[in-house]
Ligand binder design. Structure first.
Ligand code: AGP
Length: 612
């Protein structure tokens, strides 16, 4: 949520900050802005809307500087507008600041400052924090760094901030708690960003700043301190990422590119781990903790959104293959309803970004209660990955499209391997089934390739139903969470109201919605529920609903009943979601496209939701 970029060094700061903001725009695009410091002059340009609008606004203006900070916003406090856009200036005009996060006790501090004569130009919590810092600096006659430290000890909430001052034209001061910050180390220059995508073009050496750390960054110097003013040793890591991974590579949208990358990303996820030839699954995070995993009395899966849907599929897999009871929790609910977490419980946290605040906070409290945390995360080095006791990366590469696609199938691949491995070691599945499921999993990348080889039928279906106002998505068993995911994807990308339901539950209420205008998407691949779902299709047809089915190739019943069919190759039902989800990703993509919407940056959303 919100993207932040900073640069200090020998190059022109503005083009670097601008390009970085474009790369981070997926994190929020309600407004954007930059602050550039040159010759004692602090130039701030900011604009409601996407980064391109701010860029246009700066045409012909003075953007010359060797130090600059920039922000792309997902609004929390205050509507999207020019005045609420970051950077904010302090009351004196000496300081400029950008912020990703939420200051929860801002209202109280604001009152305190108003009573001292401060007035506020925006509705943001950020401007409150900035003036609070300035007030402390003035009253205590201390350095900016010291004032920041005092302020951070008094605030409640999450933040990643970058701060520059007219008094110190070569220094960016940064701090984080709960919102990510990466610092790129160049020669006589430093780059700062919410993730590594704005940095990899310039350097691969980075430092991930930890919670409660303050960084003082100059062209030739990087000092890290904790809030107690003690120096910390920066831990330099090498980025394992190429520039091409964050570019569109000839596709019209990142979402389409990421859908088409799935044969490769799933392959990468399985590579070196799934070895059907030797009957082995090698996952160090699982192997090193196999006793805790196989002896777990209970597994709790904590996640949000699409990752939560992956968790539901894992629930079915783990219960079937490992015979361990599983509960899947929305992270936001889990945190605040005082759940029972016993020592020895295993918590699986699933997250693409590894920065989702709801999930992060839920894990922190579960960790305090003694739970063992296993992270299934895509973003390497992210907060959730670092907080977990063990884990497995999904290796899907950077996912830029706001709607999660390849990260979801990466999660499914990791979770399937985990369930298989634990079940086999525990003895709850026999060798024959173990080997057969391994082979099915190994075949997934090629089968996804088959689905993607010709998408024209799905495009046609999308265009046919693009004007529908509501959709129902139905599935049973392993395909029920796929139906939920299909509905979420359509909502996000096309703004069409869509609901996912277990197909059998439909007759307990949602069937009242069915008429000749309602498209009902059935995820009806050949599995142990097949006959039952055929009956559900009949029930919808009897009420004149329009049926769009995801069916298995060579199915000779569903195509005769459905209005439109999207085919997927046959596989075992345990693995089926990895295939049946692909046509639904494409369906939502093409509906969004047909409606002329911005599929990579749907309204009101952000890729990484770093506020609770
Ligand atoms: C997916 O399409 C969504 N944009 C969203 O539901 C997402 O899955 C959710 O916010 C969780 O994100 P995470 O996986 O990064 O934790």
């Amino acid at each position: 949520m919100c993207g932040i970029v900073g640069y200090v060094g020998h190059r022109e700061a503005y083009p670097i900050v601008l390009k970085g903001l474009k790369r981070l725009e997926y994190r929020g695009y309600d407004s954007s802005g930059v602050a550039l410091l040159h010759n004692g002059q602090l130039n701030v340009y900011k604009k409601k809307g996407k980064v391109a609008e701010m860029e246009e606004d700066t045409m012909g203006k003075d953007v010359h500087a060797h130090i600059g900070i920039g922000h792309t916003r997902w609004a929390t406090h205050g509507e999207p507008s020019d005045r609420n856009a970051h950077p904010h200036l302090s009351q004196s005009g000496q300081l400029a600041m950008i912020h990703n996060g939420i200051i929860e006790n801002y209202a109280h501090i604001k009152q305190e400052l108003i009573s001292k004569g401060y007035d506020f130009k925006s509705d943001t919590d950020t401007e409150v924090l900035l003036n609070f810092i300035e007030d402390i600096k003035t009253n205590n006659n201390c350095s900016l760094e010291e004032a920041l430290r005092i302020a951070l000890k008094r605030i409640v909430g999450a933040y990643c901030i970058l701060l520059i001052s007219k008094d110190d034209p070569e220094t960016i001061i940064a701090a984080r708690k709960g919102s990510p910050l990466v610092i790129g180390i160049g020669k006589g220059e430093h780059f700062l960003a919410s993730d590594a995508s704005p940095i990899i073009e310039y350097t691969k050496e980075v430092v991930y700043v930890n919670d409660y750390e303050i960084a003082i960054i100059r062209p030739d110097e990087l000092i890290l301190k904790n809030l107690g003013n003690e120096k910390q040793t920066p831990f330099i890591t090498k980025l394992d990422m190429e520039l091409a991974a964050i570019e569109k590579g000839g596709y019209e949208h990142f979402m389409l590119k990421e859908i088409h990358e799935q044969p490769d990303t799933i392959f990468d996820c399985l590579r070196g781990r799934l070895l059907p030839q030797t009957g082995q699954i090698i996952m160090s995070g699982v192997d090193n903790h196999i006793e805790a995993l196989k002896n777990a009395q209970r597994i709790l899966i904590v996640a949000c959104g699409t990752s939560w849907h992956a968790g539901l599929i894992a629930e079915y897999q783990i219960e079937e293959l490992c015979r361990i009871p599983v509960e899947v929790e929305y992270a936001s609910e889990f945190r605040y309803r005082n759940p029972v977490v016993n020592k020895g419980d295993v918590i699986i946290a699933i997250s693409q970004s590894g920065e989702t605040a709801d999930t992060l906070v839920a894990l922190e409290s579960a960790k305090e209660k003694g739970a063992f945390i296993f992270g299934v995360v895509n973003a390497v080095g992210s907060s959730i990955a670092r907080l977990s006791h063990a884990g497995a990366y999904t290796h899907a590469g950077p996912e830029i499209g706001v709607a999660s696609t390849k990260a979801f199938t990466g999660q499914l691949a990791v979770l399937a391997m985990m369930a298989l491995k634990i079940g086999y070691v525990k003895g709850t599945i026999d060798e024959k089934r173990y080997l057969s499921l391994m082979k099915e999993l190994e075949a997934v990348p090629e089968k996804v390739k088959e689905i993607l080889a010709d998408t024209s039928n799905i495009k046609r279906i999308a265009e046919k139903y693009k004007d529908a106002t509501d959709f129902l998505f139905l599935g049973r068993g392993y395909n029920f969470p796929v139906a939920l995911e299909g509905a979420l994807k359509l909502k996000e990308i096309s703004y069409i109201h869509a609901e996912g339901y277990p197909a059998a539950e439909m007759k307990h209420g949602p069937i009242a919605l069915v008429d000749e205008k309602l498209p009902v998407v059935f995820v009806a691949t050949k599995d142990s529920y097949y006959e039952k779902i055929v009956s559900n299709v009949q029930e919808i047809k009897a009420r004149k609903g329009k049926v769009i089915a995801v069916a298995t190739v060579n199915d000779d019943i569903i195509p005769g009943m459905a209005d439109d069919v999207m085919f997927v190759p046959d596989t075992d039902e345990v693995i089926a979601p990895l295939l049946s989800t692909i046509p639904l990703q494409l369906l939502s993509y093409y509906v969004g496209l047909a409606k002329g919407l911005d599929v990579d940056k749907p309204r009101n959303l952000a890729k990484s939701v770093t506020v609770e």
